[in-house]
Design a protein around this ligand. Structure first.
Ligand code: IPE
Ligand code: IPE
Ligand code: MG
Length: 250
């Protein structure tokens, strides 16, 4: 197992995104209700946050609930909403103690009032923290986010605030709800699934992908270090050749 000492602290990904998958299967393996897997998943997030702080990751974006997840049973959806509310209530002091800024992204107007309110309060209470930004994607879908950006741009054009010729990648990205954060350097998906499931499609154009069979509730900071060590072995070329990249470094 990789430990903290194996991580090169000068080459840590600035932004890690995680698709926290496998909670249901974790619970099933133990003959428990799916919500027990989600509860244990919140504990795994705690360990992951500790790991991020220890190595100096600046942004951690976790997929907690997708727009597609609204189609799950009302019972599971309700339990998850309650879990988000409880997480904010119980963790806000801890987030402040650890200098972690909390942000929620997604189609938040679909959430119930209580959930929406507590997310906004947690954002407000932690807004000045600087060690790490924890971004929780809730009621999030990447295609929705891109369409939403296109709608906003169309409105700006209609009222002559901008002209269509001005639209380029930089401007478009400003209309995404993730405009406050850099693109992820590393994306981790747990539970042995090899897909993106409508997560950060625009933002992961050049992100390194890491898949592990570990179910999310079993994920720990050691698993995180493993993923970071793997990332550190890779060469990010951004379309260039290996020679070009290495020449630039000299
Ligand atoms: C991920 O775990 C958490 C959410 C999608 C809310 P799942 O609930 O998808 O767990 P599996 O994939 O059924 O094991
Ligand atoms: C992706 O997991 C969403 C979250 C982890 C919140 P899913 O379990 O919903 O994804 P699929 O359905 O297997 O693609
Ligand atoms: Mg799943």
């Amino acid at each position: 197992m990789i430990s903290l000492e194996d991580i090169k602290l000068n080459a840590v990904p600035r932004h890690i995104a995680i698709i926290m998958d496998g909670n249901g299967r974790w619970a099933k393996q133990r003959q428990q209700q799916r919500i027990e897997g989600h509860i244990q998943g919140a504990a795994a997030l705690k360990s992951t946050l500790e790991g991020c702080l220890a190595v100096g990751v600046k942004y951690l974006t976790v997929y907690a609930f997708s727009l597609e997840n609204w189609d799950r049973s009302p019972q599971e959806v309700n339990s998850l909403m309650n879990l988000f509310v409880n997480y904010c209530h119980t963790e806000v002091d801890n987030l402040n103690k650890n200098n972690i800024r909390f942000k929620a992204i997604g189609k938040l107007d679909m959430l119930n009032d209580e959930c929406y309110r507590v997310l906004k309060i947690t954002e407000e209470k932690t807004k000045d923290n600087t060690a790490l930004t924890l971004v929780v994607a809730i009621s999030y879908g990447s295609r929705w986010e891109i369409v939403h950006a296109a709608q906003q741009l169309a409105k700006e054009i209609a009222c002559h605030k901008i002209q269509s010729e001005q639209i380029n990648e930089q401007l478009f990205a400003k209309y995404l709800i993730t405009d406050f954060m850099p693109d992820p350097d590393l994306l981790i998906r747990t539970s042995g699934e090899y897909r993106i499931s409508n997560y950060l499609l625009w933002q992961i154009a050049y992100t390194e992908l890491y898949f592990t069979n570990v179910l999310w509730p079993d994920f720990t900071k050691e698993e995180l270090y493993e993923a970071i060590a793997d990332y550190q072995k890779r060469e990010r070329r951004f379309g260039k050749t290996s020679e070009q990249i290495n020449h630039k470094l000299k």
